[in-house]
Ligand binder design. Structure first.
Ligand SMILES: [Zn+2]
Length: 272
């Protein structure tokens, strides 16, 4: 049984500030170690639940956070960027389930370090009329492949966001939001125990959990953080300017939605 782990950093126990997600400082060196240890807990739980093959994808920022020499040797690791489907690169329909580990809530919500794909560019992303964060976007892509997200870990705001969409998924709440950059967190040790137990339960129940599917045509509205950003995004073929700070596009698959959003994210670096 194959299990896929998409690993972000903002939802890791003990992480509360953007500095912990930015390479080149001591805080990130600590946070990446906590992230690696949570991934190892998930690998151990997955194996206990019956997984025989585990693929981990480093899904945060530069995508070179996880410390490969410390990763449990029962797994393989994807790192680096860009990648065609970014946070879900390497996932295929023969996986039994996805873990979305260390995930965070969507842009504009109250979650710790909440954003969607690119905090500088995107203020709000709506898919067929519903607000989506990275969980809905990438979880919807997994669903398109027929693979359910069976485990989430992150804060209580993420839990509220994913509960209605990913019915039956295990959700491990490792911290509670106080403000965008403040939280009440479990200790890393306690979080790892909870993640390991949740992972084992999720894998054992994987067959019962249904994939989250977004049916095409998929209409996406992207609200940008500024008018110049919307000016820039309106240049992209397929994008229609629908408001001073918004563009919209229609796609035939979540794969194309993700590729389009990540292309827009890359374009935004022109205005940084
Ligand atoms: Zn991240």
């Amino acid at each position: 049984m194959r299990i896929y782990i998409s690993s972000d950093i903002e939802g890791v126990a003990g992480v509360v500030d953007g500095e912990q997600g930015r390479p080149g400082n001591a805080e990130h060196e600590r946070a990446r170690r906590l992230m690696t240890q949570e991934v190892n807990a998930a690998i151990a739980g997955a194996a206990e639940g019956g997984a025989t093959e585990i693929l981990v994808n480093d899904s945060h920022g530069p995508m070179r956070n996880l410390i490969i020499e410390d990763i449990d040797s029962r797994a393989r690791l994807i790192s680096g960027k860009p990648k065609p489907v970014s946070m879900m690169e390497g996932l295929s329909s023969d996986y039994a389930g996805v873990f979305a580990l260390g995930y965070h809530a969507r842009a504009g919500s109250h979650g710790i370090l909440a954003h969607t794909i690119n905090g500088f560019a995107f203020a709000r992303i709506t898919v067929n009329g519903t607000d989506f964060g990275e969980s809905g976007l990438y979880g919807g892509y997994a669903g398109e492949l027929g693979v359910p997200v069976i485990l989430f870990s992150g804060d209580d705001c993420l839990k509220a966001e994913v509960s209605p969409l990913f019915v039956g998924a295990e959700i491990v709440e490792v911290k509670r939001v106080i403000m965008n950059t403040a939280a009440e967190s479990m200790t890393p040790k306690a979080a790892r125990e909870a993640i390991k137990a949740g992972a084992a339960r999720a894998v054992a129940r994987a067959k019962e959990i249904k994939p989250f599917r977004v049916l095409p045509p998929i209409n996406v509205r992207v609200e940008l953080n500024s008018v110049p950003l919307a000016d820039l995004m309106s240049l992209m073929p397929g994008n229609e300017r629908t408001a001073p700070r918004a563009v919209s596009f229609t796609a035939g698959s979540m794969r194309m939605v993700i590729r389009t959003l990540n292309t827009m994210s890359a374009m935004s670096f022109m205005l940084r």
